[in-house]
Design a protein around this ligand. Sequence first.
Ligand SMILES: *Cc1c(COP(=O)(O)O)cnc(C)c1O
Length: 359
Amino acid sequence: MVINVTKSFLPPFEEYQNKIKGIWENTWLTNNGPLVRELEDKLKDYLGVKNLLYVTNGTIALQIAIKALDLKGEIITTPFSYCATTTSILWENVKPVFVDIEADTYNIDANLIEQAITDKTSAILATHVYGRPCDVEKIEKIAQKHNLKVIYDGAHCFGATYHGKSVLSFGDIATCSFHATKVFHTIEGGCIICKDDELLTKLAHYRSFGHKNDDYFMIGINAKNSEFHAAMGLCNLPRVADIIEKRKIISERYDSLLDWSKLKQPKQDIEGFEYNYAYYPVMLSSEQKLLEVTEALKKEHILPRRYFYPSLNQLPYLGFYNPCPVSEEMSVAALSLPLYYDLDLKDVEKISRIVNATL
Ligand SMILES: *Cc1c(COP(=O)(O)O)cnc(C)c1O
């Protein structure tokens, strides 16, 4: 049997079946149906946020965010993230300006942001990498001083908190992904969270073709999600605490077994931060080592994943190059080990043994 880096959580089949039964009674399959609205309400409660829209995925959430904030020119962003963080900027015809990351959290280095600001800069779009919060206080101050908007790609943050608040509650807009591989998923899906009520209305119009009833007053896109996806979310949401607890136990087992004299891990003690155990990344001493470890695991049908690779400032289609030495170094050394709710602790022992023997 293959052990993948992740495995999607599925609720009991009968429970999902019961949840979607109503769809056969009301024939309401999509377009802001009752299950979508119920999920939005429950997500707002769970995350402790006022405004939230459920959408088709975490990538379109970013695209709509950039559109609704009317961002132009340049957006300062992180090179250490999934490609969607960068491509959503390019998709909106804005130029990404890469600012290097911190060597311990792998988040954008807030101390380097100001020197990258030009008269064309309209926003900062940063990722809370592996669920760990960016320096939200410092970024907020810079944004206020230079009149910039802040968007956080919070695709990894579901269930993670910072000083008692969801990591998703910072920034003008925060987005999340509910893709099947994430801690909380709705098969495909995502959400947009914002503070401003007017912005919420605008985002809702973008989500639904830019019309209201028969009034077609602005250009929109289709980012609505379906009742079937919302039903999966409603089944999974009550289990998030249990899923995170299981992932915690597995992560702590890795912590105790891996040879830390030859491996590094992201900073563990961020004051006020409670982790959701979204990933189990380790940093190898070199890319060569990473390839050796990957090969040794593969022989035993264990498939870790290079996450994030490549460093986004090196994407081939950019047409320019902003050097980001820390991100470039981290992206060739970062490997995410298998982590999911029912990963057997015996397998964690086996994986750790293989990794340690290859270091
Ligand atoms: C998963 C992910 C996305 C994309 O989300 P989708 O729902 O798959 O579109 C964006 N950014 C980051 C950092 C991600 O991990």
